[in-house]
Design a protein around this ligand. Structure first.
Ligand code: GDP
Ligand code: MG
Ligand code: K
Length: 301
């Protein structure tokens, strides 16, 4: 991510928990009808963006991570792997449990998976409206022994208790970053933005100091190939100077190949599908000053 987002925070947040703990209710409360708009779209990905909360100084992108459950078959194993890789990539995990039910086998299983993940994890104890206030403190104490959660936040998603406080805590843990989505707009293919960001990240990382942050990635095409379990992604890396184009392409195309290889692995994890990634490089002078183009590139600055 670029350094020009001073003060603005943004990040990806994964909400995990067994069915019926209140994940949708929570999202509906914080984002409202935008979620409904999103879930109307056909599901093409396993890690779907559920909603984006845009505040004056923060943007929270909530993503759905199905597949975190005890695998029953081979596909389950694969889904599990996809989900785990996603959890490593997000900025924060909200692990939601039901205050009435506490930890069951399902929760224990998920906690085991957390052992290999460095992403900060909050425990969100939902449905506190269903328990007596005296029960809360002992409950929190018992959860503390299970895992070193960064925060333990009791809420009632249904009634709204403590939800604002949870949002404040989330903000503390998000890194400085760009506003990925326009504040007033919910896109139909939000994963586009993550894909361009993944490619951009690899390009910046592999070229180190040679390429400044004046690099954008635009997604030209994302299309499932007919009759095949493979998604064709075509993207263009945009730089400001010819010399930068040379660096990105590298000797005999070696650099671009490496960027593509690494990005493809992440995109496959994101989409939960095999991906054929095709990368192009283009010089466009002074693109940063062209606000209309920035919108096409998928982010605001
Ligand atoms: P999800 O499967 O995790 O998305 O769970 P849902 O959001 O669909 O909620 C499952 C059920 O729990 C629904 O009937 C909700 O109304 C209810 N529920 C969610 N949050 C709360 C809460 O804070 N308190 C109470 N009493 N019920 C809740
Ligand atoms: Mg739900
Ligand atoms: K991250």
């Amino acid at each position: 991510l670029s350094n020009d987002n001073k003060g603005y925070k943004s990040g990806f947040i994964s909400i995990i928990g067994r069915p019926n703990v209140g994940k949708s209710t929570f999202l509906n409360r914080v984002i409202g009808q935008k979620i409904a708009i999103m879930s109307d779209k056909p599901q093409t990905t396993r890690n779907k963006i559920q909603g984006v909360l845009t505040l004056d100084d923060t943007q929270m992108v909530f993503i759905d991570t199905p597949g975190i459950h005890k695998p029953k078959h081979k596909l389950g194993d694969f889904m599990m792997k996809v989900a785990q890789n996603t959890l490593k990539e997000v900025d924060l995990i909200l692990f939601m449990v039901n205050a009435e039910e506490g930890f069951g086998r399902g929760e224990e299983f998920i906690l085991e998976k957390f052992q290999t993940i460095n992403t900060p994890i909050f425990l969100v104890i939902n449905k506190i409206d269903q328990i007596h206030p005296d029960e809360l403190l002992p409950l929190i104490e018992s959860y503390k022994e299970k895992y070193p959660f960064k925060e333990i936040v009791p809420i009632s998603a249904l009634e709204g208790n403590n939800v604002e406080r949870l949002l404040e805590q989330i903000k503390v843990y998000l890194p400085e970053g760009p506003q990925y989505y326009p504040a007033d707009q919910v896109t139909d293919h939000p994963e586009r933005f993550i894909i361009t960001e993944l490619i951009r990240e690899k390009a910046l990382h592999l070229t180190r100091e040679e390429i400044p942050h004046s690099l954008a990635v635009v997604l030209d095409k994302i299309e499932r190939q007919k009759g095949k379990d493979i998604i064709h992604v075509m993207a263009t890396v945009i730089v400001e100077r010819d010399s930068q184009k040379g660096i990105i392409i590298g000797k005999q195309g070696g650099m671009l190949k490496e960027i593509g290889k690494r990005a493809r692995v992440d995109i496959e994890n994101l989409l939960g599908s095999k991906v054929f990634l095709e990368l192009w490089v283009k010089v466009q002078k002074d693109w940063r000053n062209k606000m209309s183009q920035l919108r096409d590139f998928g982010f605001n600055e």
